[in-house]
Structure formats: C-alpha cells, structure tokens
Design a binder for this molecule. Structure first.
Ligand SMILES: CSC[C@H]1O[C@H](OP(=O)(O)O)[C@H](O)[C@@H]1O
Length: 348
C-alpha cells in the first residue's frame, strides 16, 4: 500500500481516516485540500506529511501561476499555510523549507522553469524517503540477531511514510530475515493508528500481529511476551530526546522497568538540528471529541474537560538506540547527531 501517489498534475492521498474499513482516496487538485488532509490526519506520519506538503506547494504554485496576484508573496503565504497545519512533526517544516529554498534559487527564472524545479524537488523528497526507509530497515534489522517478539506504538509504517515505513520497515526486514515471531501493536488511543493502521498493514503481509490496548503494554512486558520495542518519531532533538505519538513515553518507562530495549527508528529528516532538547518541542493539542467519541459515538459526557496532547517526549536516557539511515546511534547521542548534521551540510 502507498500513502500517496503523484501523477504530474494531481496528488492522490489514501484517506487514512477511513481505514481499515474502507479504502478511499482523496484527489488533491488544490493546495487547500492537501492542507485540510494534513489537519484531519487523512494523511499522517512525519515523513508522509512532509512529502504531502511538498506536493501541496507544487499544486499551490501552479494555482498562483494561473492567477493574477503577486506570485512570490502568494507562494510564501502558501508555505506558511501548510506549515500551520500541524506543529510537532519536523518533517513538515524541513520539507517546506527545502521547497522554499528551491523556489528562491529560481525566483528570477520564468514561472514555468520555477514550477518544474518545484515539482522535481517534491518528487526527490518522496523518492529519498523510499530509499531512506530501506536503509533504516537494513540498519535496524541487524539489531535482531534471533527471532524476537516486538511491541510497537502508533503507526510508523508505509502509511506514515512514502516508502514502507520506519519502525515497521525495520519489522518488515527483520520478519523477512526470520527474526520476528510476533508484533504486539498498541491500539494507540485516541485516534487508534495502531488498531486501524498498523494491524491492517501487518495483516496485509501475513506478519503475525496481536492487537492490545495501550494499558496492556506493561503486563505484556511483565509476562515476558516481548523482547524489544520499536517506534517511529516526529521530532528528534540534538540530545536524542524523541517526540512521538502520545503514549510512547509511557511505553519507554515500562520498557526501562522491564529491561527491554526501546528502539526509535527515524530518518535524518526527522531530526531537528536547531533544538537542543525535547523540552522545546511544540506538542500538538487536538479537539476534545477525539477522546469523548469513538466513530461518532459519544463515550463521555459532552461537557467534560479534556486534555488531548497528540504527542509526548521520551527523554534520550530511555532510548536504547536511534536507528537511522546513517546507522544505529547509541548514547551519547549529541555527538553522533551533530556528525549527521555535518554530513548533511557536506552533501548540500
Ligand atoms: C514515521 S513517523 C510516524 C509517527 O507519526 C505519527 O503521528 P500522527 O499519526 O499523529 O501523524 C506517530 O507519532 C508515529 O510514530
């Protein structure tokens, strides 16, 4: 399955809010549709929203070229509108800054040349994510030197990326190597990415998966049913702190308590080299009805007070290893992350 496809004139998104019951697609012929899809988690997952926003800017630039307003100020306004869709996953800002940089290099060119350059950059961002997924998978699978059962939280699979996933990419490769006996998937309240998306993805490939509620993770560890945890990330800071789906921090604390390795799979595009610690990561808070209803059915009093942070931050001390396309990083993370930053600067 693919989270998105690009066919020169249109971005088609798999509508993840309808899964697993219905496979429906959203054809995005304007950038506003892409922005709304990111806000509504119709497309979600750090690398996926970065790539979707990049394509959204391509579409928006074409809309401007057909209009009569000031092209450059209009383009920068669309960049800001897309950046405002969600605050935590750094891939969104990384992708849009990269696209804006390309636009700046072609600002004095004719519009058609600029449009072509933007489209090529968005395609490159998507293609690089596929390649990076494969390298993360290979680096992470090498950690599994015997058949193990693992636990994962939320969805860091093909649906969260352009390729075949970060955490689930490692699981797919380790499964192919014969080193995964079973995956325990946290349902991941409130939006149930684990129940709706991870369970669906793994069952599509006959990878053994057991769905549990988030509150069962500790008991599954106590019962020695799993030997490793692997999750994705939305933002990793210079010291190795990790923002990820709400509930990840609890899983990391439980893993520490039970002596179980807690791995984070993340591409360099999810590293925030401007942020020294997770204390500064903006945590998205979402609307109350995500908690007080399920599938439109009310499960709590309508006026109840709700706290709905979509992410939490796991301190680097609880992270056993960061699995990246550059290799498996171990603590202390700052020197290794800084080295990746230097390599990236050298590649530009
Ligand atoms: C490979 S990034 C996946 C990451 O994104 C998810 O958040 P959301 O579903 O709200 O976009 C979750 O934190 C996953 O670990």
């Amino acid at each position: 399955m693919h989270s998105m496809t690009w066919d020169k004139n249109c971005l088609t998104l798999l509508n993840q809010t309808k899964l697993p019951g219905r496979v429906e697609y959203i054809r995005c012929s304007d950038y506003q549709t892409v922005a709304e899809a990111i806000r509504r988690l119709e497309v979600r997952g750090a690398p996926a929203i970065g790539a979707a926003a990049a394509y959204g800017l391509v579409i928006g630039a074409r809309q401007l070229a057909e209009g009569s307003g000031d092209f450059w100020s209009g383009l920068m306004k669309i960049v800001q509108e897309l950046k405002a869709t969600r605050p935590t996953a750094v891939n969104l800002f990384w992708a849009l800054d990269r696209m804006a940089g390309v636009a700046g290099r072609y600002r004095q060119s004719d519009v058609q040349t600029l449009l072509a350059a933007l489209e090529q950059e968005a395609i490159a961002i998507a293609q690089e994510d596929r390649t990076v997924n494969s390298r993360i998978a290979a680096n992470g699978a090498a950690l599994f030197d015997q058949p193990l059962a693992v636990l994962t939280h939320c969805n860091a699979g093909a649906l969260a990326t352009v390729g075949f996933g970060t955490a689930l990419g490692v699981i797919r490769q380790a499964w192919a190597d014969g080193n995964i006996t079973r995956v325990f998937a946290d349902e991941t309240r409130p939006l149930l990415q684990g129940a709706r998306l991870t369970a669906w993805e793994l069952m599509q490939e006959q990878i053994p998966v057991t769905l549990i509620t988030d509150s069962m993770a500790g008991w599954v560890m106590k019962q020695r049913k799993i030997q490793a945890v692997i999750v994705g990330a939305d933002r990793v800071t210079l010291n190795g702190d990790v923002a990820n789906k709400i509930g990840t921090y609890s899983v990391a604390v439980l893993a520490k308590e039970h002596g179980i390795p807690f791995y984070v799979a993340a591409p360099a595009s999810t590293f925030d080299f401007t942020m020294h610690s997770g204390d500064a990561i903006p945590i998205e808070e979402r609307q109350a009805d995500e908690i007080t209803t399920i599938g439109g059915v009310r499960i709590a009093p309508a006026e109840v007070e709700v706290f709905n942070p979509a992410f939490d931050v796991t301190p680097h001390a609880l992270v056993s290893a960061l699995i990246t396309e550059y290799g498996v990083l171990r603590a202390p993370y700052a020197p290794a992350i800084t080295k990746i930053q230097q390599q990236l600067r050298g590649e530009q």
